[in-house]
Design a protein around this ligand. Sequence first.
Ligand SMILES: C[C@@](CO)(OP(=O)(O)O)[C@H](O)COP(=O)(O)OP(=O)(O)OC[C@H]1O[C@@H](n2ccc(N)nc2=O)[C@H](O)[C@@H]1O
Ligand SMILES: Nc1ncnc2c1ncn2[C@@H]1O[C@H](COP(=O)(O)OP(=O)(O)O)[C@@H](O)[C@H]1O
Length: 271
Amino acid sequence: MICYPNAKINIGLNVVEKRPDGYHNLETIFFPIPLTDALETVHNPESKEPYLFSSSGIDIDAKPEENICIKAFELLKANYELPPVNIHLHKMIPFGAGLGGGSADGAFMLNLLKKEFELDVTEEELQELAAQLGADCAFFIKNKPSYATGIGNILQDVELDLSDYYIALIKPPIHVSTPDAYRGITPTPSSHSLTELIQLPVEQWKHHIKNDFEQSVFAKYPEIGKIKMELYEAGASYACMSGSGSSVFGLFKTEPSLNMPPSCFTWIKKL
Ligand SMILES: C[C@@](CO)(OP(=O)(O)O)[C@H](O)COP(=O)(O)OP(=O)(O)OC[C@H]1O[C@@H](n2ccc(N)nc2=O)[C@H](O)[C@@H]1O
Ligand SMILES: Nc1ncnc2c1ncn2[C@@H]1O[C@H](COP(=O)(O)OP(=O)(O)O)[C@@H](O)[C@H]1O
């Protein structure tokens, strides 16, 4: 069986407070976008190993057991009977990008194994397992525009139709570490909920909707802030860094013509 784990963008992100466990409570809108990896499982009854893992595409430079697909496999196997399986990941979503590509692979792996082996596991149970893999993993089980609170794992559906817009996604050759990005922030409660702010016309979002990571990440890597400025100069209705960076997205009414350096990953698509 094959599936296509997709990336997400964060439309606004407020880091609200630091928790005693070291994590942070936040407020964000997760929005799925059609930039995908491909993930395949093949039942291999002859194999003596519980899994055989192979990968292609972007090299994430991690041992198989460090790959979140395998962490998801092991987590499910600790709770359910799983026969031997061959797993192949074709990696296309840039990582260290704030696009949640690793989290998507983990969540989709759980769902794929459930389908392949017809496991009796509910969506709520899958969400709980996914949350053990990463704070924003549970979102990818639902994979619908969501308002997220808590550490990113408390989810509420939101109506958000961006199908009139093109998205341009730019990822410079910079890897931002998520824990470092959280360390760079002074948490502050927000005065208006993002569920209210996304009701405003997209053209007004730039005055109201921000990503709290931008200030410290742009100070350390001015190139990322410059990309956001260039997206506005190219006519974006709204532009924002996604998650803890380093990718930046712009929403455009018409297909943009961009002149980004070849070292940047550039992806443009009608939503
Ligand atoms: C910043 C966000 C915004 O959507 O996304 P990315 O930029 O990674 O895509 C997420 O909060 C990232 O979630 P995720 O990448 O799943 O985080 P995890 O693997 O669970 O945690 C990595 C580290 O980030 C910090 N962390 C993460 C989530 C959170 N709410 N508070 C935190 O302080 C902790 O230091 C933790 O050890
Ligand atoms: N399947 C995977 N895809 C991407 N990164 C993975 C995967 N498995 C493990 N990782 C590790 O997770 C980190 C990036 O996770 P990811 O969620 O893609 O990042 P971000 O959301 O910050 O862009 C990297 O350190 C990478 O080595």
